[in-house]
Ligand binder design. Structure first.
Ligand code: PLP
Length: 386
């Protein structure tokens, strides 16, 4: 028997090597990896800039306590601050931990107790972030949940306008819901959320754990909507696979997280910061992100052109390289067939194929992926029952 808890439904495939967009399994079969470890390997597999930075740090010093000065942590924080316009960073080791920090900071800073989140959201698996997540299947068996959170329907301005707003410390949301089905927020909804926060004197927390680190074609997805968040959380893509999470906040919040209020043993250690710094220096470069946008527009347009006629396809949605193809039927079989044809893709919910290629994907790889996607999907047509 396996000695690992079966919290994941694992495939029998083991990926044993990878470079850039391509990975190989234990039998030597190659795949184009459009999962990227779930938006983690934004620079592809084994990126040499990150490898060199980590190797260099590894030969000097791996870990020291946050009771000491850590120059690389200051430098990584400066990269995040200048890419976001926010002022201070707390480093941790995962997306859930970044959201935990955000929840604690918002409550302590405002002195209020409620945080509003949205249905179909995903904020993590710790107790607080699971409670923040607006999906019953994730809560099942773990109640009673924290009383902190109330869930509103996403993209619903009229429900938002009815919120009384007493005792609300913050509204927390993803600008594009990832696990919930690649659901982009509309501009007017997101701006209404920000206005509601100002009206209630509550903080706006944006969870960019999946959408950050250049995934959307800008450093952070909220920048597409000209939002002005008080707190932003990131993780997945900022360490290229080294576990790094971060919470970013505005200057006014700095005194609230004074010595002793929050902490993490591993968070921001020199090895993690070497990985984060090298990753962010590459991704937050304007030319790099412009190329991501160019490739994404090409890819999304081709998908739209060639799938639009297919009656089982509902729509192609998303931004940058966070793309969902939604179907009028469940996508389980399509995901398997794509894999058999050499393309790794993820479901998001039951009816959406989610594509998260490395941001470094080449034009030639995009064309190969398009060919696989279109020929696989177009084998499913109206003749089927759906
Ligand atoms: C993955 C994810 C998280 C949780 O991150 P972990 O590193 O798994 O804790 C939180 N929020 C969003 C939007 C995510 O996609």
């Amino acid at each position: 028997m396996s000695h690992v808890f079966p919290t994941y439904n694992r495939l029998e495939i083991e990926l044993v090597s990878g470079k850039g967009t391509e990975v190989q399994d234990q039998n030597g079969t190659s795949y184009l990896d459009f999962i990227s470890g779930i938006a983690v390997c934004n620079l592809g597999h084994s990126p040499s800039v990150v490898k060199e930075a980590v190797e260099e740090q590894m030969s000097k010093l791996w870990h020291v306590s946050n009771l000491f000065s850590i120059t690389k942590q200051e430098e990584a924080a400066t990269l995040l601050a200048s890419a976001s316009g926010l002022d201070a960073v707390f480093f941790c080791n995962s997306g859930a931990e970044a959201n935990e920090a955000a929840i604690k900071l918002a409550k302590k800073h405002t002195g209020k107790t409620k945080i509003l989140t949205f249905k179909q959201s995903f904020h993590g698996r710790t107790f607080a972030t699971m409670s923040a997540t607006g999906q019953e299947k994730i809560h099942s068996g773990f109640g009673p949940l924290l009383p902190t959170f109330e869930y509103l329907p996403y993209n619903d301005e009229s429900a938002l306008s009815k919120v009384k707003g007493e005792d609300v410390a913050a509204i927390m949301l993803e600008v594009i819901q990832g696990e919930g089905g690649v659901n982009p927020g509309t501009l007017s909804f997101l701006q209404a959320v920000e206005a509601k926060c100002r009206e209630m004197n509550a903080l706006l927390i944006i969870d960019e754990v999946q959408t950050g680190a250049g995934r959307s074609g800008l450093p952070f997805a909220y920048q597409h909507y000209s939002l002005d968040p008080d707190i932003v959380t990131v993780a997945k893509g900022i360490g290229s696979g080294f576990p790094v999470g971060a919470m970013l906040g505005k200057e006014a919040l700095i005194p609230t997280f004074s010595p002793g209020t929050h902490g993490s043993t591993f968070g921001g250690n020199p090895l993690a910061m070497a990985a984060a710094k090298a990753t962010m220096e590459t991704i937050f470069d304007e030319g790099f992100l412009q190329d991501v946008q160019r490739k994404s527009v090409y890819f999304i347009n081709k998908l739209n052109d060639q799938l639009i006629e297919n009656p089982i396809v509902k729509e192609v949605k998303g931004i940058g390289f966070m793309i969902g193809i939604s179907f009028h039927k469940e996508v389980k079989d399509i995901i398997t067939e794509l894999r058999d044809n050499g393309l790794l893709a993820l479901p998001a919910g039951t009816h959406v194929v989610r594509l998260l290629p490395p941001l470094t994907v080449t034009d030639e790889e995009l064309d190969r992926a398009l060919h696989i996607l279109i020929s696989t999907i177009n084998q499913h047509q109206s003749a089927e029952v759906y």
